[in-house]
Design a protein around this ligand. Sequence first.
Ligand SMILES: NC(=O)C1=CN([C@@H]2O[C@H](COP(=O)(O)OP(=O)(O)OC[C@H]3O[C@@H](n4cnc5c(N)ncnc54)[C@H](O)[C@@H]3O)[C@@H](O)[C@H]2O)[C@H](O)CC1
Ligand SMILES: [K+]
Length: 206
Amino acid sequence: MTEILTSAQMRAIEAAAIDSGRVSGLELMERAGRGVADATFATWPELICAPGRAVVLCGPGNNGGDGYVIARLLFERGWDLRLYTLGDPARLPPDAAANAARWQACDIGSTPLDPQTPTALPEADLSIDALFGIGLTRPLPPGVAGLRLPGHRIAVDVPSGRDADAAQDLGPALPADLCVTFHREKPVHEMLKREGVKIVVADIGL
Ligand SMILES: NC(=O)C1=CN([C@@H]2O[C@H](COP(=O)(O)OP(=O)(O)OC[C@H]3O[C@@H](n4cnc5c(N)ncnc54)[C@H](O)[C@@H]3O)[C@@H](O)[C@H]2O)[C@H](O)CC1
Ligand SMILES: [K+]
């Protein structure tokens, strides 16, 4: 029987690991990003030797931070990256801000998403939804809920718009073909499996 954690339990485990000095939040984020990249190539192995175009959507918190890690890892493998941001990158939490800075060093830039009006995203082989994870607290703004994700759609931790604890319906959510969560499944992942979404649990060393 797979152990399922609530988002609060997950946060407590992450905080305990960080507070103990066993691991940093930045290292956990790096492992999370690498776990998403690894699961993506394990799901679609034809992409391993054929870098294409990836659209990465980074939100205002640490889910977005995972997205910056994934964008950098794909860029290092020769992918054509188009990165979009929601919110003010200057207000990112520390670990996400550090990865946003590392992304800026790749000198590819990013495009802001309009929270009110959906941005027309370019065609791509992959789209990475790193907008919201376990921190979603209210329905998506219309400019996010209405996004049309190109190519294979990968959700980081939770598809944006879904409540990780499956305790409330937060309205329209972004679609996903693959959802990569961390350490243990959360309640929403059982529902997603029933909806046909492939769920992968990445080990981040907790
Ligand atoms: N070190 C760690 O904690 C790790 C976390 N991981 C990833 O982090 C996210 C959880 O990050 P968090 O910053 O707590 O929340 P989100 O990024 O999910 O949300 C960002 C932020 O957005 C605000 N918000 C909530 N709902 C809305 C809304 N509808 N519209 C606008 N803004 C909204 C709210 O303030 C949130 O704080 C987790 O899912 C992982 O992906 C790493 O993977 C591991 C290390
Ligand atoms: K997400």
